[in-house]
Design a protein around this ligand. Structure first.
Ligand code: COA
Ligand code: AMP
Length: 633
């Protein structure tokens, strides 16, 4: 096994040579001779003269190399009490067929296709079918509401939406037709066609002229071959939360994604072709894109797609059952899933019913992993539990304990060390490097490695200003933290208004916009407060317009519904209170940091710039009524 430090140094000393070497491990129609082109930094490109197809690398190559009968995708769905498996050959054939369906709808290279689907194999088929013909997929998480869909439709103008009749949450069927129809109505950009997979739990009444039935379309289509594409062509757009209400359309290219993601399977996760890999996430998130769909398939692994929850489907032994039944070698999920299991089954009694001897490693990401959860998981599972840190923008880990390079000591609270390719540094607000152990902004010195985002869709200026302007020459991650004397990185908090709820990245700005849309709201603030299960929860404080005669309870209920309607249930917005005033600086800025500290019962100092200190007493009382601010000051 290579030595981590040597590998890391090689990746930084000559990035082009390092990644061109790794690029030899994937299939190219035309092998690249160029590594990075940073002549228009930060708009860098990788492998610019290469020609490639991501779907070919995910499917066809394995069928041609004798893996056709191996399971490519196992769908395990406790919410429908069903399971199914697609071999590489079957998956390739269905993907080719659906690519033919898309072509018959006039979809070609560069066209956008929106995928709004639950965790079913058809979602993976739709994604890979886009990749096969060079269409750019944009997957939207099923827990987002119609308005969020509409914002994304307007931003990237998809010609086609691929959807299903419903998603299934424990105890309720989520019908997609009303959501998609409302989104199409709200959006100004026209959508020509909806291709709908009908599930038994709900029927989508097809609208003549617009909607097509998946099965019928598949029967009449001719299969499409993989199209050779430029390495720099976009593979997908994935929207993620920024500080404002308008999400950022993170764009990934094809060549960089194929090379980097395949490489992470051996270097970070230490898995080989034929191994079973399970990312318990959702295809609507970057973890789902990278580790339910692309990376395991690039590697020739079997990927598990799980339509269920860690608890309640049917119990807190669900994860153990899946690992046992499918002989999972690597499990990847968010710490919140383990906190949920631990809460229901603190002594891990249910674990005893299953054989987990095949499980080699557990990887956690998506939010800060509290040492307690890490210890609980590692002592009960008896395997390495690896916290790793990454973002939608990067597509794979920035910091990790790379199990396939050199396993390093595990330090609870830290996602370990930078992954080769990432020159991670900590800067103060003046852009100066800080000493070991000192907190600052976590940045990555440019260039970023391949597979990281190449732009924001249609928003060059925002790309530059949101990520590269504050610290010239660096990518600003938006996270704050420190590096210790051994080079371990600690990711402590966001530096912006993004919060992390159950591993889901959400914008408090977007929630404030939703609250402000309510006719009785004059002013509002939303902040993330600590929560034992979900890491953080949003809390809203609102000031009502003069003359509002509704009770506070009624307004609060309406506001909770408003956020659910505008953003979606995934926002988990359930804590809101009416206040007379918000604490502000003399220049009128809401003191969110102070509010958060009071709510979390952490120590805080009276800000010197506060306009009216007495407001904080009232706010503290209000927060107590929501079960927060427990400590007496
Ligand atoms: N479609 C529609 N609604 C959805 C949805 C989807 N795909 N996913 C979640 N929701 C809804 C839930 O039903 C819930 O609605 P409710 O308010 O009516 O109860 C709401 O959104 C919040 O969902 P969630 O955050 O999942 O909370 P939960 O209480 O249902 O479950 C956990 C709690 C911890 C079990 C769950 O958050 C979990 O499994 N987390 C792991 C997260 C993860 O894998 N993140 C990926 C990043 S790596
Ligand atoms: P997303 O883009 O949805 O993947 O969210 C990325 C954000 O989640 C990061 O910027 C961090 O704030 C947080 N995050 C992800 N993984 C970790 C981790 N291992 N430790 C701390 N924070 C994390």
């Amino acid at each position: 096994m290579p030595n981590y430090h040597a590998e890391f140094q090689r990746s930084l000393s000559d990035p082009s040579a390092y990644w061109l070497e790794r690029a030899k491990d994937v299939h190219w129609y035309k092998a690249p001779t160029q590594g990075i082109d940073s002549s228009h930094s930060p708009f860098n490109t990788w492998f610019a003269d290469g020609e490639i197809n991501a779907c070919y690398n995910a499917l066809d190559i394995h069928v041609e190399n004798g893996r056709g009968e191996q399971a490519a995708l196992i769908h395990d769905s406790p919410v429908t009490d069903s399971q199914s498996t697609l071999s590489y050959r079957e998956l390739r054939d269905q993907v080719a067929q659906f690519a033919g369906v898309l072509q018959s709808e006039g979809i070609a290279r560069g066209d956008r296709v929106m995928i709004y689907m639950p965790m079913i194999p058809q979602a993976v088929i739709a994604v890979l079918a886009c990749a096969r013909i060079g269409a750019i997929h944009t997957v939207v998480f099923g827990g987002f509401a119609a308005r969020e869909l509409a914002v994304r439709i307007n931003d990237c103008s998809p010609k086609v939406i691929v959807s299903a009749s419903c998603g299934i949450e424990p105890g309720r069927v989520v019908e997609y037709q009303p959501l998609v129809c409302e989104a199409i109505q709200l959006a100004s950009s026209p959508v020509g066609t909806c291709i709908v997979f009908q599930r038994a739990q709900a029927q989508w009444p097809l609208q003549e002229g617009r909607d097509k039935d998946w099965d019928t379309a598949m029967q009449s289509a001719s299969p499409a071959e993989c199209v050779p594409l430029k390495s720099t062509d976009p593979l997908y757009i994935l929207y993620t939360s920024g500080t404002t209400g308008s999400p950022k359309g993170v764009v990934k290219d094809i060549g960089g994604s194929v090379v980097s993601l395949k490489w992470t399977m051996s270097s970070i996760y230490n898995v080989q072709p034929g191994d079973v890999y399970w990312a318990a996430s959702d295809i609507g998130w970057v973890v789902g894109h990278s580790y339910i769909i692309y990376a395991p398939l690039f590697m020739g692994c079997t990927s598990v797609m799980y339509e269920g929850k860690p608890v309640g489907t049917p119990d807190a032994g669900a994860f153990w059952r899946v690992v046992d039944e499918h002989r999972v070698k690597v499990l990847f999920t968010a710490p919140t899933a383990f906190r949920a299991i631990k809460r229901v089954d603190p002594t891990a009694e249910l674990l005893k019913n299953y054989d987990l001897s095949g499980l080699q490693t557990l990887f956690l990401a998506g939010e800060r992993c509290d040492p307690d959860t890490l210890q609980w998981a590692s002592s009960n599972l008896g395997i390495p539990v690896i916290d790793h840190w990454w973002q939608t923008e990067t597509g794979y880990a920035i910091c990790a304990n790379c199990q396939g390079i050199e396993p390093l000591p595990i330090v609870p609270g830290s996602p370990s060390v930078p992954v080769p390719g990432y020159d991670v540094q900590i800067l103060d607000s003046d852009g100066q490097a800080v000493a070991n152990g000192e907190i600052g902004s976590i940045v990555v010195k440019l260039p970023l490695p391949p597979g990281t985002f190449v732009n924001l869709w249609g928003a060059d200026d925002r790309y530059r200003s949101a990520y590269f302007e504050r610290f010239p020459g660096y990518y600003e991650t938006g996270d704050a933290g420190f590096i210790d004397e051994n080079g371990y990185v600690f990711v402590m908090a966001r530096t912006d208004d993004v919060i992390n709820v159950a591993g889901h990245r959400l914008s408090t700005g977007a929630m404030e916009e939703a609250l402000s849309n309510h006719p009785d709201v004059a002013e509002c603030a939303v902040m993330g407060v600590r929560d034992e299960l979900k890491g953080q929860l949003p809390v809203g404080l609102v000031i009502l317009n003069d003359g509002c005669t509704k009770s506070h309870e009624q307004v609060s209920a309406e506001l909770i519904q408003q956020v659910r309607n505008d953003i979606g249930p995934v926002a988990a917005f359930k804590l809101v209170a009416v206040v007379d005033k918000l604490p502000k600086t003399r220049s009128g800025k809401i003191l969110r940091g102070t509010l958060r500290s009071i709510a979390d019962s952490t120590d805080w100092n009276m800000p010197a710039t506060i306009e009216d200190p007495a407001v904080l007493d009232d706010i503290t009382q209000t927060l107590r009524s929501l079960g927060l601010a427990k400590k007496q000051s």
